[in-house]
Ligand binder design. Structure first.
Ligand code: BGO
Length: 267
């Protein structure tokens, strides 16, 4: 059987435009089973055999919208061979937040920086090698609208790509995640343990409901989480959201030089 690539990105990041270039007239449109969310699939024009699935546009993997549920269920249950994470490079910081979550799924990822024509028109400068180093992922610059960078993208996805590593959280968060992962060891396959431990840290009820965690282990997790929440005076989900944003903000500041900032700097 051929490989499967999943296209994942924020709404309006250019997913449909890229999907059209990748699959042309091979597209099939239907609905995801049981929900009225459109499902688009096609075959990669470049090799005529790889399946490309266009997943609903989302801002995070938290299950608040039906689109987020469809996308995260597909990524965790069907496990595509590769994620193409399409990022609106003209709105970098917000879009890269989703990338940090995708890195927790133990899947290979290529990040596509779309809308580079806008970045260039603004005169902003983006250090793509720096982004790639900081995230530990391949990044490719394209403009889906202008059809530039597509050959580089085809080359990148033809290369072997290793599984993404999650970002490193603060010491306390990492140590709580380690304990949750140990609790999950008999219940969840190794490659999904990181993702599940993060979901349990976030007190994601849907995930907790799927796992038969013994009561004494639930009490251990609850004790660790509530103590840390009290210490930081914040809920556990917000603690992780803050840490992800801090990571993304720090890197964005390092790799993006805005033309407007250059101008104000020289005044
Ligand atoms: C409209 N560069 C630029 N400049 N625009 C792009 C690029 C790019 O690289 N890629 C996509 N767009 P979708 P999702 C539109 O539709 O693919 C544009 O939600 C308009 N429409 O053309 O739909 C793309 O699937 C009227 O813009 O994204 C589209 O992820 C005026 O980004 C929009 C201006 O792309 C979203 C734009 C009637």
């Amino acid at each position: 059987m051929g490989k499967t690539i999943a296209l994942v990105g924020n709404p309006n990041s250019g997913k449909t435009t890229l999907f059209n270039h990748l699959t042309g007239s091979t597209q099939r449109v239907g609905n995801w089973p049981g929900v009225t969310v459109e499902q688009k699939a096609g075959t990669l024009l470049h090799d005529g055999k790889t399946q490309v699935i266009d997943l609903p546009g989302i801002y995070s993997l938290s299950p608040y919208t039906i689109e987020e549920i469809v996308t995260r269920d597909y990524l965790t249950l069907d496990a595509p061979d590769l994620i193409i994470n399409i990022v609106d490079a003209s709105n970098l910081e917000r879009n890269l937040y989703l990338t940090t979550q995708l890195m927790e799924l133990h899947l290979p990822i290529v990040v596509v920086l779309n809308m580079m024509d806008i970045v260039e028109k603004r005169g902003d400068q983006l250090d793509v090698a720096g982004l790639s180093r900081a995230f530990g992922l391949p990044f490719v610059m394209i403009s889906a609208l202008k059809e530039s960078g597509l050959e580089e993208l085809f080359k990148a996805i033809a290369e072997p790509i290793s599984v993404a590593e999650p970002i490193t959280y603060s010491i306390v968060v990492e140590s709580i995640l380690d304990t949750i992962e140990e609790i999950l060891a008999p219940l969840v396959p190794k490659k999904l343990r990181c993702y599940y431990s993060i979901k349990l840290f976030e007190r994601d009820r849907q995930t907790a409901g799927k796992l038969a965690i013994p009561e004494e282990d639930q009490a251990v997790m609850e004790g660790l989480l509530s103590r840390y929440e009290k210490e930081l005076d914040d809920d556990s989900e917000a603690i992780l959201i803050n840490e992800r944003y801090k990571f993304v903000t720090k890197i964005t500041r390092q790799v993006l030089v805005k033309n407007s900032e250059k101008a104000s700097f020289s005044v």
